[in-house]
Design a protein. Structure first.
Length: 390
């Protein structure tokens, strides 16, 4: 069974959820040197029977987390941010119903924290009712295509897994927004819902600036966050993309009834769910700094792919404030140094048309260039570029 799982698991962090018995977990730790996070909805003192589990725990390869998934959000965020994850839902003790109950929340929570699609593996110990228990787990994730690989010679587990990495999640339109899954230090949610109130001024100024590039245009906003920009941009058609299913659900619930010419889609800026050559103006504010440096080339390639010839690309990012203050948030793997961002844009297949700066505390857009010393302060200076596809 372990080999069956490993054949379908790339080099990822493995998150185990459910009644994962000690033989399975011990074998998993023995067969791979990957990091394992075990989420258990209830404590289980009998886990001490397998010495391999405790050895892995002491070596830092295994982390136990006990409690409901939502209560573990701060710890999970610190452990899984920017990781590629494989989710193993295991039922070794006939607790499939409880595991199935939590499965959709766990999948959405993990994908929201990692900003990447997760691979799914279901495992049920063989015995009376095993097939029904596997079906119960599969039914909890109706949008995933979970196939059963051929059993091994000594396979005591029924297994179902994604046929391909990143199989489709349930349609965003069918999901409901859940505020408990939102880290509001990272995602802006206006109050009241469906308005522009309580949003940060720097965000509103950027989109007000972008509006002049959107008249009678097919516009892409990626990453859109909760989609509030669709209220501001007077365009022919608005397409908003965000990797977080929960943000897409919010947009569909709050903004879609108000804006019939808007579409909100779940997806990554590294693989945009948008047709090639279909966009006049692409907007990507405060997104690039959330990527791994090695993914930036793919990001620009996707923006070039979706833009029509001569299309406009608006991009913004906070400038690095220096080692005294560091990056703005732990969600930023890096930030551009002074003068670097503009050069990267110009060297990525775009003609740089203009550069604007948002200075604290009011964050209106100005063409006045800050000095290096002026960017080395607690409140960030944000650079906004306007470029055109060559």
């Amino acid at each position: 069974m372990i080999q069956s799982i490993l054949n379908h698991v790339p080099d990822t962090t493995i998150v185990v959820f459910g009644a994962c018995d000690h033989e399975l977990l011990g074998n998993l730790l023995h067969a791979t040197d990957r990091r394992v996070v075990w989420l258990s909805p209830a404590d289980d003192d009998s886990r001490a029977v397998d010495e391999r589990i405790w050895q892995a725990s002491k070596a830092g390869r295994l982390l136990f987390l006990i409690g409901a998934p939502q209560t573990l959000l701060p710890t999970l965020r610190s452990q899984l941010a920017d990781q590629t994850v494989t989710l193993l839902f295991a039922d070794g003790a006939g607790a499939a119903a409880e595991t199935a109950q939590h499965a959709p929340t766990v999948v959405e929570l993990v994908q929201s924290l990692t900003q990447r699609p997760a691979k799914i593996v279901l495992a049920v110990r063989r015995g009376d009712g095993a097939a029904a228990r596997l079906d119960a787990l599969r039914a909890a994730l109706p949008g995933r295509t979970l196939a059963e690989p051929a059993p091994g010679a000594d396979d005591r587990w029924l297994v179902a897994t994604d046929a391909m990495d990143g199989a489709a999640a349930p349609p965003a339109a069918a999901r409901r927004f859940d505020l408990s899954l939102v880290d509001e230090n990272e995602h802006l949610i206006p109050r009241p819902y469906g308005t522009l109130q309580t949003l940060n001024l720097d965000h509103l100024h950027r989109y007000a600036f972008a509006k002049s590039f959107c008249y009678n245009a097919d516009v892409l906003d990626a990453a859109m966050g909760c989609g509030y920009s669709s209220l501001l941009l007077n365009c022919r058609h608005y397409t908003g993309v965000d990797i977080d299913h929960n943000m897409v659900a919010f947009a569909n619930e709050q903004y879609k009834p108000l804006i019939p010419n808007a579409t909100y889609r779940q997806g990554s800026v590294l693989d945009l769910p948008v047709e090639s050559g279909s966009i006049d103006t692409a907007i990507s504010f405060e997104t690039i700094e959330h990527l791994q440096p090695g993914d930036i080339g793919t990001y620009f390639a996707e923006m070039r792919r979706v833009l029509r010839p001569g299309g406009t690309f608006l991009c913004s990012t906070p400038l690095y404030r220096g080692d005294t203050y560091g990056v703005l948030t732990r969600y930023h793997p890096f930030e551009f140094r002074y003068g670097h961002f503009e050069n990267v844009i110009a060297g990525s297949g775009f003609d740089l048309r203009s550069v604007w700066y948002q200075w604290p505390p009011y964050y209106t857009l100005q063409t006045v260039v800050p000095s290096f010393e002026q960017t080395q302060q607690a409140a960030p200076v944000i650079v906004v570029t306007v470029s055109q596809l060559r």
